[in-house]
Each structure stands twice: as structure tokens, then as C-alpha cells.
Design a binder for this molecule. Structure first.
Ligand code: GLN
Length: 280
């Protein structure tokens, strides 16, 4: 490799072309920053800065993996959610910005300072940890049916020093007895035949975190039907769902006896979550 091909600028230009896709320059910057420890702003301030040949080689290997579709979050082993740096791996869904709408909505509910909160299917722990970081008095329990996800979420809790209890349970199946003031979930909600499953990051994420039967509603049906046995009177249920599932999910909430049922939109102005209250 010649000297001039070892500048940040040259590597980023080449990486951007190789990666192509939706956000190639950003992806290249994130990968180069990961490999070199240099900040993304430094690439603009000092584009001619040289990296070592071994850094350039590692960067180029990551660029190749990104070009073949591997999610940036998997290559970095980390994804930010609600300003929390979360470790991610192939055992769970990569946290999405849209799920921050659910966190925001949950924080806006009229709940006691010492609310008992449950996050079903926590994956990386994203929602539970975000809530615990904002409400120090809340007692947050999170579960996942996948042991490696529980391990990952527990590690994230430890690293962030947030008091969330993580347990292995398929939805409510193995939870300790008790009732909650708030139950939240970002369950799988993609229909098994959906063509999106063959595109982008989801190709590298586990089907168990994405797919829920023919209409994508199997898990939401299970969660909503059981939720009333686990909610305190006046407690809230809130689930994320697909942009075209709002009507169906509100109907499920109403059938279960939940009231004040409402669907809210995500940052892209699409239906994304539904909430309702258990009158008891
Ligand atoms: N929002 C994700 C996607 O469409 C799916 C998340 C989920 O199934 N919970 O990529």
C-alpha cells in the first residue's frame, strides 16, 4: 500500500464506493473510527491524517463485510439506543431508533415513582435499560426466551450499571408471580411471507426476533391476551407493531378488556405502537 492510500480521506472515499447501499459514507466513517479510535469529526478536520497499514487492512476487511450486507451494528458489536451504548450480537434484534418512541411514550404515562415495569422479549435490553436510566425509582424486570439474549442484556445492564433484572422466559411463561404497573414489548411482528425479510439488516437478525406467523400478529395476540393477568388495576400495556397493524392491534386490546386504547406514530409518521390501560 502506498503512503497516499493510507490517509483517512483516501480510505473513506474507497470504502464509500465499495459499500454503496443507503448510507455508505456514514458506514465507512463508523468503521474507520472503530478501527482507528479516531473520531468521525477528525476525518473532516484532518482528512490527510495517515493510519497504519494494519489499520487500513482491518478497515478494508470490514468494508467488504459491510458490502456483503452485514449490519454495521454487528461489525462494531455495538449500537446506541436512547444515548446508551449497547452491546449487540447475532442473538437479538438490533435496537431501532423507532423503538425510542415507545420509551418516550412509556415515560409520558402517569405512573407511580416506584412503578413495577416488565419488558417482554428484551433482546439487548434496550427498552428496559432506557426506562431504568430515566426512572431510578422504577423496578424493572425484563425477560427473553433466548438464553444468549438474556446473557447479552445482563451484560449491558452491568456495563451501564443499571438495576434491571433479566430472566429467561418465553413471554409470561416463567416469570415470578406478581403484577405490573407497566408492561412494554417490542415483539416479533413481521408476517412470515414479508419480502422485507430478504432485504437489509433483517437478513442477519434472528427470525425469532422478527417473524410472528402468517399475519405477524401471533406474538402480540399472546401478549395482549395474557397481559390482563399480569397488570395491576390502572396499569398499562404498550406494544410496538408494524405500520399497518394499528387497527388489528387496537381490536386485540379492546377484546382483552383494555381501555383508553390508542395507537401512536413513529418518527416517520407511521403507526408504530399501541397502548391501553387495564381497568382491573
Ligand atoms: N421494526 C423492525 C423492522 O421492520 C422489526 C422489529 C420487530 O419485528 N420487532 O425491521
Amino acid at each position: 500500500m502506498s503512503e497516499s492510500s493510507l490517509t483517512c480521506d483516501a480510505l473513506l472515499r474507497k470504502g464509500t464506493i465499495t459499500i454503496a447501499g443507503e448510507s455508505p459514507r456514514l458506514d465507512a466513517e463508523l468503521l474507520l473510527s472503530y478501527v482507528t479510535g479516531l473520531s468521525r469529526t477528525s476525518f473532516r478536520a484532518w482528512p490527510e491524517r495517515q493510519v497504519t497499514a494494519s489499520e487500513a487492512k482491518r478497515f478494508e476487511a470490514l468494508v467488504q463485510q459491510r458490502a456483503s450486507g452485514h449490519p454495521v451494528a454487528h461489525l462494531l458489536g455495538e449500537q446506541e439506543f436512547w444515548s446508551l451504548p449497547l452491546k449487540v450480537n447475532v442473538s437479538t434484534l438490533i435496537p431501532r431508533p423507532d423503538t425510542e418512541c415507545l420509551v418516550e411514550a412509556a415515560l409520558g404515562l402517569p405512573l407511580p415513582d416506584n412503578a413495577r415495569v416488565l419488558d417482554l422479549g428484551t433482546g439487548t435490553g434496550a427498552i428496559a435499560l432506557a426506562l431504568a436510566s430515566e426512572r431510578r425509582g422504577w423496578r424493572v424486570l425484563a425477560c427473553d426466551a433466548v438464553a444468549s439474549a438474556v446473557e447479552l442484556a445482563s451484560e449491558n445492564a452491568r456495563r451501564l450499571d443499571l438495576p434491571v433484572t433479566m430472566v429467561l422466559s418465553h413471554w409470561f411463561d416463567n416469570l415470578p408471580a406478581g403484577r405490573f404497573d407497566l408492561i412494554v414489548s417490542n415483539p416479533p411482528y413481521i408476517a412470515s411471507g414479508d419480502h422485507h425479510l430478504g432485504e437489509g439488516d433483517v437478513r442477519f437478525e434472528p427470525a425469532s426476533a422478527l417473524v410472528a406467523g402468517e399475519d405477524g400478529l401471533d406474538d402480540i395476540r399472546t401478549i395482549v391476551a395474557s397481559s390482563t393477568e399480569w397488570l395491576n388495576a390502572g396499569g398499562w400495556l404498550m406494544v410496538e407493531h408494524g405500520f399497518d397493524q394499528g387497527d388489528a392491534v387496537r381490536e386485540l386490546f379492546l377484546q382483552a378488556g383494555l381501555v383508553v386504547v390508542e395507537t401512536r406514530r413513529d418518527y416517520g409518521d407511521r403507526d408504530r405502537l399501541t397502548l391501553g390501560q387495564w381497568p382491573g
